[in-house]
Design a binder for this molecule. Structure first.
Ligand code: 13P
Length: 244
């Protein structure tokens, strides 16, 4: 039984005071449940704050990127061991905003996933097609290319990742994939996972998830939860999604 996982991606939002209020609201409202996990992935400077507030709560925390390298001369980068030292459990890799704005390649994303696992973090590997790619009928080719790079690098360790399907056209646009569209891609990804013996990997959906649409998305057979952007910045909204 795969269970559900709901992860908030704060992106580059937050501040000490706003975070304190948001985290306190999450701690107060998030009840532990055996069948689901909840986490937030925060900007690096707030990892210590997340640890201080969330330790002992039902909510795990993590980061939004990780270096492909162990500690060394890589100015501006953050090693997985540093995230782990602050109690981080998860790290997002290959988010489309990093693939696009930082030119991250499939190979680099795979190396980051490997580095995350090597430091005890669970990489949440994002895949997803652009609107042009969907309109061209090539979403299968895109998500399998992105996934294959990761499974080739990880081999049997692919079973240890979390996968997130984030159609680029649904991120921050208010335009959500329909439950049927999400299920179609998730079922496809599940078949890819099965080929590497990793069919029990959780596959999250991300892209304009809100309290109003979460239940219908999460009810799909192969949707194991969500990776939530904007709606994760409001405690009541995020908690409602986690409860969906
Ligand atoms: P939104 O939920 O704001 O559309 O963002 C989705 C996302 O990119 C999560 O990683």
């Amino acid at each position: 039984m795969r269970g559900k996982l709901v992860v908030g991606n704060w992106k580059m939002y937050g501040g000490l005071a706003a975070n304190a209020e948001l985290l306190a609201g999450l701690v107060a409202g998030c009840k532990p449940r055996a069948d689901r996990r909840v986490a937030v992935c925060v900007p690096f400077p707030y990892l210590a704050q997340a640890r201080d507030v969330l330790s002992g709560s039902a909510i795990a925390w993590g980061a939004q990127d990780v270096s492909a390298h162990p500690p060394g001369p890589y100015t501006g980068d953050v090693a997985g061991s540093m995230i782990a030292e602050f109690g981080g459990r998860f790290v997002i890799v290959g988010h489309s905003e990093r693939r696009q704005a930082h030119g991250e390649s499939d190979v680099l994303v795979a190396a980051k996933a490997k580095a995350a696992l090597a430091t005890g973090l669970t990489p949440i590997v994002c895949v997803g097609e652009t609107l042009a790619e969907r309109d061209a009928g090539s979403w299968q080719a895109v998500v399998s290319r992105q996934f294959d790079a990761v499974s080739a690098a990880l081999g049997r360790e692919t079973a240890l990742i979390v996968l997130a399907y984030e159609p680029v056209w649904a991120i921050g646009t208010g335009r959500t994939a329909t439950p049927a569209q999400a299920q179609e891609v998730h079922a496809f990804l599940r078949r890819q996972l099965a080929r590497t013996g990793a069919e029990s990997v959780q596959v999250l959906y991300g892209g304009s998830v809100k309290a109003a649409n979460a239940a219908s998305l999460f009810a799909q057979a192969d949707v194991d939860g969500g990776l939530v952007g904007g709606a994760s910045l409001l405690a009541t909204e995020f908690l409602a999604i986690a409860d969906a």
